[in-house]
Design a binder for this molecule. Structure first.
Ligand code: SAH
Length: 487
């Protein structure tokens, strides 16, 4: 089997290569460092063994010899091994030593290059490492060696005399001696210089100064230092995104939580996924199966959630069994779930709440005989819709399609709550379960809800609601968050 030396990129999980994702998906073992992005580990199959070889706080670092021996042993044992390394595996990452150990032991290996922080971190800070005419080269140097000790192998005079951009990795701790050494070697003290901390991550921070003043700003690791004319460029885009740096808790159920979290991340937020509900099959699955088999006998089928659609269609053996039944969706998210199954909703109310759906149905049907309606939905839900339809003379069948349950508390994610700024609630049950599971004192100071029903539940649990989506959809909620932080 093969050992893959995989570059994970500088931090933004989307900067992993396609090949990197592919070999991770087939990994038996993943050997990773402390700075690794944990969400990349989720790409490994559930059975994969995850081995951290980074320095644990207070603990020892695994020696390079031990890491090499581990890779050789696992490779020999016939496992698919992924050695995940920050940035590119061959740029200041000792990937060369690991490859040499594998080659010497006769273990097959493959190198999957990664996007190095030397180029990507400046890019995320809006600094191009070259510019036509003014910066015609860039030199990447290690800042690991102490330039005052004379023991190092970096030729700082040569670096200074090149005249292009200088990128220093691992230089935060020695920022001052490095800058002084470059000035002594002939670079002008007012040469623009920048240090980008935690580049490509939601808490990226760019310090801008000159060669003589950068050290006063005390850059903290991990930082990429850029020195040269280009460091004055401020083509900021990453740090300008509307939710940049905001820590936002997502309480929706999986898999929708990940979709919302991805949406927030694209806007620059740090999304913390802490699902407060999970879906399980209803007590009486036969009833759902029967309803699906006989759906053609109804005049209307009304869906009040995407999950209701998903669970109902699992039991619909043949699309034609829908027959003449017309289909209503409470909102665009539910309608999209139907559309994925090639069913176009006949009716979506203008407001995405049960009251509005009831009214829209009454309008649509007019003076016709109201007929039979099937509502496949959560086992416990509000009765506004079925009661209203029954009162108007409809023959209503409410069939449980799923049950919502509170998942077990997640202590790792819960630890992140203390630093979170915003919590999002997309349904009343997310509020109730979250408060019951984690307690009211853990709720971040800004509460954002999808609409009035959820807000009412939040208030009834003693929360103050700061943001309420005007359009009661997930995109509406994201837009409301953007508006709030734009002000
Ligand atoms: N192989 C890696 C570099 C490893 S050396 C690569 O190709 O990117 C580790 C150094 O990389 C850090 O000290 C820092 O200088 C830089 N670095 C890594 N991740 C970074 C990040 N997210 N932001 C800024 N610098 C980073």
């Amino acid at each position: 089997m093969t050992v893959y030396l995989v570059g994970a990129g500088p931090g933004d999980p989307d900067l992993l290569t396609l090949r990197g994702a592919e070999v991770l998906a087939g990994a038996d073992v993943v050997v990773y460092d402390r700075l690794s992005v944990t969400s990349l580990l989720d790409l490994a199959p559930p059975h994969a063994e995850l081995i951290s070889v980074g320095k644990q706080p207070g603990g020892p670092r695994t020696s390079q010899d031990d890491i090499n021996a581990l890779l050789v042993a696992r490779g020999r044992a016939g496992q698919q091994v992924v050695r995940l390394k920050g940035g590119d595996p061959f740029v200041f990452a000792r990937g060369g030593e690991e490859a040499a150990a594998l080659a010497a032991a006769g273990v097959a290996f493959e190198v999957v290059p990664g996007i190095t922080s030397a180029v990507a971190v400046p890019a995320y800070a809006g600094i191009p490492v070259t510019m036509r005419y003014s910066s015609t080269s860039f030199t990447v140097v290690t800042g690991h060696e102490d330039p005052t000790k004379g023991e190092g192998s970096v030729n700082w005079e040569a670096v200074a005399s090149l005249g292009g951009t200088v990128v220093v990795l691992m230089g935060a701790a020695r920022c001052r001696p490095i800058c002084e050494r470059l000035i002594a070697a002939g670079l002008a003290p007012d040469t623009p210089a920048a240090a980008v901390q935690w580049g490509t991550r939601p808490h990226q921070r760019t310090l801008r100064a000159s060669l003589s003043t950068l050290a006063d700003l005390e850059p903290q690791p991990p930082a990429t230092i850029v020195i040269g004319e280009v460091a004055a460029a401020d083509l900021a885009w990453f740090e300008n995104r509307p939710l940049f740096g905001r820590r936002i808790v997502v309480t929706r159920a999986q898999p929708q939580a990940s979709a919302l979290a991805a949406d927030l991340r694209r806007r620059g937020a740090e999304a913390i996924e802490l699902p407060a509900i999970a879906f399980e099959p209803p007590e009486d699955l036969d009833r759902l199966a029967r309803a699906a088999a006989e759906v053609g006998r109804y005049d209307w089928v009304v869906f009040t959630s995407p999950t209701g659609v998903a669970r109902f269609f699992e039991h619909l053996r043949d699309a034609r069994s829908l027959g003449e039944a017309r289909v209503a969706a409470i909102g665009p998210g539910t309608a999209a779930e139907l559309a994925e199954r090639n069913v176009v909703a006949d009716l979506i109310p203008e407001q995405y709440v049960a009251e509005a759906l009831l009214e829209a149905l009454a309008d649509e049907v007019g003076s016709d005989w109201p007929g039979r309606v099937l509502i496949p939905r959560a086992e416990t839900a509000r009765d506004v819709l079925p009661d209203g339809l029954a009162a108007a003379g409809w023959d209503v069948d409410v069939v449980p399609a799923y049950r919502t349950v509170a998942p077990a508390p997640d202590p790792v994610a819960a630890a992140l709550l203390a630093d979170a700024e915003v919590i999002t609630f997309t349904s009343s049950s997310t509020v109730t379960n979250f408060v019951d599971t984690y307690g009211i004192n853990t709720v971040p100071k800004v509460v954002a809800t999808i609409g009035p029903i959820t807000s009412a539940t939040a208030r009834s649990r003693g929360l103050e609601v700061t943001i309420e989506a005007a359009e009661h959809t997930v995109p509406g909620l994201v837009a409301a968050l953007e508006d709030f932080f734009a002000r």
